[in-house]
Design a protein around this ligand. Sequence first.
Ligand code: PLP
Length: 364
Amino acid sequence: MPSPLTATAAWPGVITHYRDRVQITQSVAPVTLLEGNTPLIPAPALARALGQGKAEFELFLKFEASNPTGSFKDRGMTAAITQAVADGAKAVICASTGNTAASAAAYAARAGLQCVVLVPDGKIAAGKLAGALSYGAQVIAINGNFDDGLRMVREAAERAPIALVNSINPARLQGQKTAAFEVVDALGAAPDWLALPVGNAGNITAYWLGFTEYFNDGITSTRPRVLGAQAAGSAPIVHGRVIEKPETIATAIRIGNPARWNEALLALDESDGEITAVSDAEILAAYRQVARLEGVFCEPSSAAGLAGMAKGVREGWLDLDGQRVVAVLTGHGLKDPDTAIKGAAEPVTIEPRIDALLGLLSLS
Ligand SMILES: *Cc1c(COP(=O)(O)O)cnc(C)c1O
């Protein structure tokens, strides 16, 4: 009997689609939620706004919010959990600002593994906590930040039979680098610039790994210049020193001592890139702008790369004229409903009468 054709049948997830490139075990079937294959959305109106009359360029948004748990973390987690299963793990652990927790919890649920996540108490967006809890993880809130959590889970994984799935786990990068492959596969070439937020620096490292691999194999003849953006209150790489008490509204990048710091510096150096610090106000402005101009709703951290572009063009050190730019939107706006609602106009309440409604309409 022929198997029924389903809408998702064509895309098998990143491990299977890029099976010759994702360097993890092939001894077990991938633990997958069919992550990856995310949209690369043209954003002409946003490009005009970010160009500020100084630059005309082509902009695409790599919308990683379309992954199964709403962030790019799923790309790495399918690989890390598959490897953990192959290694015989019964439980996994991670520290997280939220999205890694939600992703680990989902993939662990799918694999039948126990999952423990450490999150900073009170500094995790509601949608991320909701995800981690719903997928059945044991969520532990610590009176500390992500950096404290990472230190603790590293030690826990050494002392207890539990696998670490933070992005210091090399399988994570193997999965995450597939985003770079998808960008090149979709455009037929590497873009001139890749803009993205930088927190623990796993993603910038993974993109550079992916672009470099395609470049070395002759699939693309160029690699992009990389524009990294950190939040001003947690910008260790920009300032060249550990930030003891990182602060920002962009909680996904509220990290003071990135685990992939050296790799990020290498990506910036080899790509002739830039890294810049953007204020919370700049992040929020870009976050609202992309939603209103393009109908694309990302979480605040995701807009840091866009804010970095706006800043670079405004200050004159980033020449985007005639360039093709990909900005990575790392996570979904629905992850952080509180920030979305706080900054918006309150809905008007009316009686359920048509005259009350018509009185409010100002249509041209
Ligand atoms: C994890 C995350 C980041 C930061 O990525 P790193 O790999 O830690 O640099 C940025 N945005 C979102 C939405 C994230 O979940």
